[in-house]
Design a protein around this ligand. Structure first.
Ligand code: AMZ
Length: 346
């Protein structure tokens, strides 16, 4: 999971708001460029910039600071806030911004999102910022009319390939992320999701990683010191997008188990993000049981655990191969492998 430091800009300064409320502001620095360089030097692989004045005014307001940051850092920068026209996207792209984040237009002008995706492809991200289940735009000041699920569906049909999901009620509160809603969001889309809002500890980041989100945006916590960015980056192995497994629309990925010593194929089952994370953490295979709809620690009842030697992923990232040393027979029938029958004998 990628940990992405946030730099929220207001009046040229680096600030944090409480629940997105413009009247509840803390200024953390007068020098956003220095801040950007500091996060880069700490090891961040990407920066998340928000033009808060832009989100409220409907047009970019901190473009000179954004330009200064982009020209000084090596790492890719994503920018949101006040992007309501194709021209603005083009302008930011020319500045060197790697990804442009759209919020309000996703609610008010889906055709513009569609056109943006056609022209800029994966450089376009849609930010879904929700309070009480409804998505807000325009600086989050007005109540939302569309549900999270409705906006996801609409945006996918416009060609959006990545989402940021923020729980407004948690944002800037240093409480904890809304894990349940993030999990639900993940189940509503097969596209990669970057989660934001409420992160206050490395434990929170680990839990988010286990939910299978691609990235986590950390704001206030790295400014207050609740999260030490360097420690967080070390603790959470940053996996590049290239090795991010592709879970299907149900959040599952098939996993083939092979005997690490003989090469024999032993079984196939499904994993979700959490079972994959548990497999990694415990060194024994965990799956997702589709019939029981629960996590399944293979061997927990039979004692026939599967000790994992190596986890591989195929070329298009949609199938996992577990090379393992099984403790006993893998198949519930008592056979060494589940593949003990010829199809024509079935
Ligand atoms: O904190 C807020 N009130 C706020 C905020 N952080 N309002 C909007 N935004 C961010 C969104 C997104 O990244 O999370 O601004 C961007 C969306 O801007 P726009 O102008 O496209 O709605």
């Amino acid at each position: 999971m990628e940990i992405i430091p946030a730099i929220d800009l207001r009046g040229g300064k680096c600030v944090r708001l409480y629940q997105g409320d413009y009247s509840k502001e803390t200024v953390f620095s007068d020098d956003p460029v220095a801040m950007a360089l500091r996060w880069q030097e700490t090891g961040a692989q990407r920066l998340h910039l928000v033009d808060l004045d832009g989100a409220s005014e409907g047009k970019p307001c901190n473009a000179s600071v954004i330009g200064a940051i982009v020209s000084r850092v090596r790492i890719p920068v994503e920018v949101g806030g006040g992007i309501r026209q194709i021209e603005t996207i083009r302008y930011l792209e020319r500045l060197g911004v790697a990804r442009m984040i759209l919020g309000t237009v996703a609610l008010e002008d889906p055709n513009l999102v569609k056109e943006a995706c056609r022209l800029f492809g994966e450089k376009i991200i849609v930010s879904i910022d929700a309070r009480d289940g409804y998505v807000r735009g325009r600086g989050w000041k007005e109540e939302g009319k569309l549900t999270v699920a409705e906006v996801i569906r609409k945006m996918e049909s416009c060609g959006v390939k990545r989402f940021v999901f923020t729980d407004i009620a948690r944002d800037g509160t240093l409480t904890e992320p809304n894990f349940e809603e993030i999990k639900r969001f993940r189940s509503l889309t097969a596209m990669p999701v970057i989660a934001a809002g409420g992160i206050a500890s490395i434990e929170h980041l680990k839990k988010l990683a286990a939910l299978g989100v691609e990235g986590a945006i950390v704001g206030k916590a790295i400014y207050t010191g609740d999260v030490n960015l360097r420690e967080a980056l070390t603790a959470i192995q940053t996996r590049g997008q290239k090795t991010m497994p592709k879970f299907d629309e149900k959040g599952l990925i098939p996993a083939v188990v092979q005997d690490a010593n003989t090469g024999e194929v032993l079984m196939m089952a499904y994993m979700n993000a959490e079972s994959l994370e548990r497999t990694r953490a415990s060194g024994q295979a965990w799956f997702w049981s589709r019939s029981r709809k629960e996590l399944w620690h293979k061997g927990a009842t039979s004692g026939n655990f599967i000790n994992v030697k190596e986890i591989l992923i195929d070329c298009d990232l949609d199938t996992i191969l577990i090379k393992a040393e099984p403790v006993g027979p893998v198949c519930h029938t008592g056979n060494r492998t589940c593949f003990y029958r010829r199809l024509d004998e079935v």
